[in-house]
Design a protein. Structure first.
Length: 392
């Protein structure tokens, strides 16, 4: 009993903060989810129709985790835009948790909370998590990173490897993610084989059965419809010219830094995807990682960025969204370095510590408020946005 009381005494404050933060994020993702726009977008209606039942999903299982949930919801008779968009919101909430756990594995709790606040309130994430399309699934790549971190730490290795196998297999259904899953497994092959040799027989059998059950629908679909192999691999329907690849590559920094995509269904005007503060933290984070090139996380972020950059540049189904979580992860390193340098300048001055931390917290709060206002106020009231959605 005394031990339980001590655990509660040591953890009630972080638990309370996490609980309140989760409720706030739930509010962000579900507030006016079905009514912020005048109606659904055509892409939402098409996606719902293409995944109206499990037979349709089985025949073309692209984005299976999202598509299967969408089908199940419709099977039970719910076709409201609120419920259909809730599928994306659930994956968005999961992405926020994955992001927090990754940052907490590499940085302090304080940095994890601030970085997660920036991530969760970012306009691009709100757009992806509040639209009834599977774009939000690209944030699921964070799950592969997190399970890789847990596998490296060696805590509950058998269970972690079992989870990694399930997650890795499901990610194969998301266009382009095979190029992250296979290199990741190859990179961790020694640790994986070591864990497999130590795994209990019953868990090995369960692991094998689960992976086979999950991968068989994919193999069946590719066998019956070989044309879905191209989108699964993240490849375009027609190979682009060198000029098109070059133009697509140039569009990535342009959309991030100074002129966003002109897509009223997914974005406001042509403002850049990143704000000034996040751009600054990203630059500082790159500087921090430049001096930590031997760290596994540095190599991981570099590999993910390069593969993602190539997939987006060739103009296939993979969208720029795939890079955004990792830009914010690098930005978290920028936050950590900025705060560390401030505390180094004033190592024993508690007032300076409070002022420095307070200024960063205020900046994070203002940045979050900017993105929330942009999404909930400016975007739905823009004439282009109203024209893009179907009035009901």
């Amino acid at each position: 009993m005394n031990k339980l009381r001590q655990i509660i005494a040591d953890n009630w404050q972080p638990a309370l903060i996490i609980g309140i933060s989760t409720l706030f994020i739930v509010g962000l993702f579900w507030f006016k989810l079905g009514s912020l726009t005048i109606g659904p977008h055509q892409s939402e209606l098409s996606y719902a129709a293409n995944n109206a039942n499990l037979n349709l999903v089985a025949n073309k299982p692209l984005n299976l985790p999202h598509a299967a949930l969408t089908a199940v919801i419709q099977i039970f008779g719910s076709h409201s835009i609120f419920v259909l968009r809730s599928v994306s919101a659930l994956f968005g909430l999961l992405a926020v948790w994955l992001f927090y756990l990754i940052i907490r594995s590499w940085h302090t709790t304080r940095i994890a909370f601030m970085a997660t606040a920036l991530f969760a309130s970012s306009s691009w994430l709100l757009h992806a998590a509040r639209l009834g399309t599977p774009d939000i699934l690209y944030t699921a790549l964070l799950s592969l990173v997190l399970f890789g971190i847990w596998l490296k730490k060696g805590k509950w290795p058998s269970i972690t490897l079992f989870g990694l196998a399930i997650i890795g297999t499901l990610l194969l259904y998301i266009p382009g993610l095979i190029w992250f899953v296979l290199p990741g497994l190859f990179w961790q092959r020694k640790r994986i084989f070591t864990t497999l040799n130590q795994m209990p027989l019953w868990l090995s059998v369960l692991w094998t059965i689960a992976v086979l059950l999950l991968v068989v629908p994919l193999l069946r679909a590719v066998w019956l419809k070989p044309e879905i192999l191209r989108p699964l691999l993240g490849l375009p329907d027609h190979w682009p010219t060198i000029k098109q690849v070059f133009d697509n590559a140039l569009a990535i920094p342009r959309q991030l830094l100074w002129r966003g995509p002109k897509d009223p269904a997914h974005w406001l005007g042509t403002i850049p995807l990143l704000d000034v503060f996040n751009i600054t933290m990203f630059a500082v984070g790159l500087y921090a990682y430049w001096f930590s090139v031997k760290l596994d996380r540095t190599r991981l972020l570099a590999a993910v960025s390069i593969i993602g950059f190539i997939l987006v540049s060739i103009g296939g189904p993979v969208k720029l969204l795939i890079l955004m979580p990792f830009i914010y992860i690098i930005g978290a390193a920028g936050l950590a370095l900025l705060l560390q340098q401030w505390l180094t300048v004033f190592p024993r001055n508690p007032l300076a510590h409070t002022i420095g931390t307070g200024l960063i917290v205020i900046t994070v709060a203002l940045t979050s408020f900017y993105h929330i206002s942009q999404y909930f106020i400016a975007w739905p009231n823009a004439p282009e946005t109203k024209a893009a959605f179907i009035r009901q």
